[in-house]
Design a protein. Structure first.
Length: 299
């Protein structure tokens, strides 16, 4: 059953809170993780009790279970409210984020770009933030032997906390052109990236003597999404159904040291965090699945 198709000309994003149909959806008190990573006495939240808050009483002992139940109640009520407002399946809000998680193919048809924005799955907010702009310069006389590439200088080794790497895609903010990183030379000063194809504007013959400056932004793709390292490589002669797999992850100070208060030298940690994790995944289709799918159709 096709649950939601916000972009008829693009891939369909199917919401999926849990890939096992008969397994209860993850809730704030049952994060989808394996062994318990935090130090908790118990989890007391039960939605069937219809509690709307936890009230503290004077002179009583404070327990982690009471605090955590209040957090779970608020999270549950917020997700139900959003699900009832947006819809039980999934949806993307209007305004600036109306094309959040829209999927389009890269120019070489080897990867899929994930548009930044917001997307709700069963009341759970999935976010992909817009990347930061950065400047890159290249010489008026490129020395690349490959006529279809150009080497640019960048001011730093990483952007938005993620290092530059081969096969990532960059967008020229002026022309809208997409370029792929073919090679990264980080030991050089400044660091350099070899991009393919060459910038469309201006032509190399019109580059000023001081060099041309580009305003670039990294775009997120299926192969470079933040919480799905090394996704399965997919044949290009197959049609795919794209869907969002969403769950809640438990994060400790071991995984994110900024959670810990460093002034408390004799205390390993105080609290932990929960994080919404989303992954764009693919399901191969055949003409038997959908009569509109043809052999060799990519999307």
């Amino acid at each position: 059953m096709r649950l939601f198709n916000p972009y008829p000309s693009s891939f369909i994003l199917y919401p999926l809170l849990n890939p096992t149909p008969h397994t209860p959806h993850p809730t704030p008190h049952t994060p989808r993780t394996s062994p318990m990573k935090g130090d908790f006495t118990r989890f007391t939240f039960r939605p069937e009790k219809h509690y709307t808050g936890v009230l503290m009483q004077q002179g009583r002992l404070q327990l982690d279970s009471d605090w955590n139940e209040q957090v779970s109640i608020q999270t549950y009520l917020n997700q139900v409210r959003l699900r009832d407002t947006i819809g039980g399946a999934a949806g993307t809000p209007g305004g600036e984020t109306k094309e959040g998680f829209k999927i389009v193919a890269t120019p070489d048809q080897t990867d899929w770009i994930i548009n930044p924005g917001s997307f709700y799955v069963g009341g759970v907010l999935c976010e992909l933030k817009q990347g930061s702009d950065f400047s890159a310069t290249y010489s008026p006389a490129p020395v690349d032997s490959d006529a279809d590439t150009v080497t640019v200088n960048v001011p730093f080794l990483a952007i938005d906390g993620q290092p530059f790497a081969k096969d990532q895609w960059l967008k020229d903010q002026e022309s809208g052109q997409l370029m792929q990183i073919r090679e990264v030379s980080l030991p050089t000063q400044p660091p350099t990236l070899k991009l393919h194809p060459k910038p469309e504007k201006p032509p190399l013959k019109d580059i000023p003597p001081g060099g041309q400056t580009l305003s670039l932004r990294r775009v997120v793709t299926y192969k470079t999404q933040p919480d799905f390292p090394n996704p399965p490589l997919l044949p290009t002669d197959t049609a795919y159904l794209l869907y969002l797999d969403v769950w809640e992850r438990h994060v400790t100070a071991i995984e994110d040291p900024e959670i810990r208060e460093v002034a408390l030298t004799d205390i390993p940690d105080t609290t932990t965090r929960t994080k919404t994790v989303w992954q764009v995944k693919c399901l191969a289709l055949s003409p038997a699945d959908d009569p509109k799918v043809g052999v060799g159709c990519v999307f």
